[in-house]
Design a protein around this ligand. Structure first.
Ligand code: C2E
Ligand code: MG
Ligand code: MG
Ligand code: MG
Length: 288
């Protein structure tokens, strides 16, 4: 069947074998259409410095760009669903370009008043491994006038470990070009200490599953261990999925550098983002 080319009938056959129904087939073709029509949008979630302003107010450190897709029939579809779909359809390159360019366009404006901010972009496996990835990325930075040092590339731990040799070479080129590399969902993959030491990464993003368990003694010790390891390797730490102040306080005490989660702000549109108090801190009543 492979050599005969792929008609719809064969595709349905394969999908049926994989247990995928007609709905999923529909979703796939609508995703392809949505990417072509540039209907994927970007939402933004604040990254907050663990050390607040001198007046005690939370300090915005950066922003993570998250892809969003609203389908007329199915409503909101999670990126956890459509990103892997785009990968399998060979459309992740286009999708990635679309998301990155929208995000950089916003970020360029935000930097004029907030020059200290960085932007975090999620990079999937095929994007990272695409032959032209670095060139396209550099060209975009140039067009939008954004320094490489203002950009963090989040790569999941499993991707970084998938083909360590190749990933290592890629990450080395990106790091040499001035981008910060972050290991996303850290703790869910299998990076060894020596690999972490070797890879040119600058940041570990502690997976939400650890943050959730932080109020149990073992959970606390796990996060403590990750933070000490990161500190030993001189890596910046970010904790994702923080939903309450008690969790934030514990993570600050453990020495995590950057905090993220619904407690500080949910992913939101660009308009909502710039309206956040975090983006517009009130002036101190009494300057110190
Ligand atoms: P991620 O990079 O680990 O992003 C964090 C996810 O956690 C986001 O889900 C975010 O909305 C969610 N989150 C943030 N704070 C909280 C919280 O306090 N509680 C809970 N329960 N969840 C929180 P989202 O936006 O659904 O994205 C899911 C995943 O899809 C991302 O995980 C990332 O791996 C992937 N993704 C999203 N956008 C892109 C993209 O543009 N490109 C690529 N390659 N992957 C993307
Ligand atoms: Mg991420
Ligand atoms: Mg993450
Ligand atoms: Mg995650």
């Amino acid at each position: 069947a492979k050599s005969q080319g792929r008609n719809n009938f064969q595709m349905f056959g394969e999908m049926a074998e994989k247990g995928l129904g007609k709905t999923e087939f529909d979703t796939r073709s609508r995703l392809a259409q949505a990417i072509r029509d540039r209907q994927i949008s970007v939402w933004y979630q604040p990254l907050v410095a663990a050390r607040p302003h001198r007046n005690g107010g939370a300090r915005l450190a950066g922003v993570e760009a998250l892809a969003r897709w609203h389908d007329e029939k199915a409503g909101w579809i999670s990126p956890a669903v459509f990103i892997p779909m785009a990968e399998n359809l060979g459309l992740i390159g286009e999708l990635g370009d679309l998301v990155r360019r929208q995000a950089l366009e916003q970020f360029r404006h935000w930097r004029t008043t907030h020059p200290q901010l960085h932007i975090a972009l999620n990079i999937s496996k095929r994007q990272l491994f695409a032959a032209n990835f670095i060139d396209v990325l550099k060209a975009d930075m140039e067009s939008w006038g954004i320094p490489h040092t203002a950009v963090t590339l989040e790569i999941t731990e499993s991707v970084a470990m998938m083909d360590v040799e190749f990933a290592d070479e890629r990450l080395r080129q990106l790091s040499a070009a001035g981008f910060t590399l972050s290991i996303d969902d850290f703790g869910t993959g299998y990076a060894s200490l020596s690999q972490l030491h070797e890879l040119p990464v600058g940041e570990l993003k502690i997976d939400i599953s650890f943050v959730r368990r932080i109020h149990s003694p073992e959970g606390l010790r796990m996060v403590q261990a990750i933070v000490s390891m990161a500190q030993a390797l001189e890596l910046r730490t970010v904790a994702e999925g923080i939903e309450d102040e008690a969790t934030a306080a514990t993570l600050r005490k453990l020495g995590v550098d950057i905090l993220q989660g619904y407690h500080f702000g949910r992913p939101c549109t660009a308009e909502e983002f710039i309206a956040l108090p975090l983006f517009n801190p009130a002036p101190a009543l009494h300057s110190a």
